[in-house]
Design a protein around this ligand. Sequence first.
Ligand code: SAH
Length: 346
Amino acid sequence: MRLLLDLHPDSYPLEGFRKRQLLEWVFVQGAGSFEAMTNLPADLRATLGEEYALNPFREIETVRSTDGSVKYLFTLHDGRQMEAVYMPYLDRRTICVSTMVGCPAKCAFCATGAMGFGRNLTPGEIVGQVLAVAGGEGIAPRELRNLVFMGMGEPLLNYDHTMLAARILLHPQALGMSKRRVTLSTVGLPKGIRRLAAEDDLGIKLAISLHAPDEETRQRIIPTGHRNSIVEIMAAAREYQATTGRRVTFEYSMLRGVNDQLWQARELAGLLRGLVSHVNLIPMNPWDGSGFESSTEAEIQAFYDELEARGVDVSVRRSRGKDAGAACGQLALKRPDAVTGSAASA
Ligand code: SAH
């Protein structure tokens, strides 16, 4: 059966008025079933139900953190699992969505990287995370106004599905999100960054996980980083800016004694010269067996000061959801077959 949410809103299976009703039920009301769409004729609801599935998930579990963030664990129809995080803070409701089960980028400090790669999520499985979180929190889907593609997976390696998901999020008859409030975070793939720059109708924000200004450090913490040099990544970032006119964010997870040295702050400032950018310093969120620890507050401050003194626009991201295992980069599936889904589909 096809997943209705995998379709672009323009290709929903009805015409005119009925199509608008259907879209309204799915994205404005967040209807959980075709039966609930009471202003559609009963035979139409039955036909839709025979041809399409509405819910991409077999099971949804939540873990609430004391700081208010909530981790949503989704079991997909094939038994595989992935997660999203809801962060209701600072008057902003933000959702962090996954684009894959697991991830092939294998960043050494990232819990998802340690799980390996399962499969790409479909557009509907990406968009469905927003609808499910809204439903779980008892709010209308459109009240979730800020979204980051920063959960499990590398969005630019699931390019087409992520782009379609973004178009559904932004579509005025679907979730109607503002492009300024949607951010795609990538491990730094120059080809994908250039492709994204060419999606001129999209205009979502770009964040690049740089994490080190020097090749030696970067390849140590991002083992797949050898395929794309920092020079190439920065060139792609500059092209992206020239094409789109948009500011580029650089993410920098602070790993104690690895990438937090002041000479690295100075090199980073050098790389960013002439680029309209923002640097986000992220205290590393530790997990068992990672072999890394976060830089201390004082070390992060010193790194920050060094950047600021060189005119870099920089901020420190406050960590959320730590006690629920939902902090940035902490998403890790506990079930041994969560990535393959094998036991559940047997
Ligand atoms: N694959 C994409 C998006 C997912 S990760 C990317 O690499 O950007 C989102 C951000 O969290 C990335 O910057 C990633 O490097 C960072 N991250 C991963 N694990 C982390 C951890 N344990 N502590 C801090 N940041 C982490």
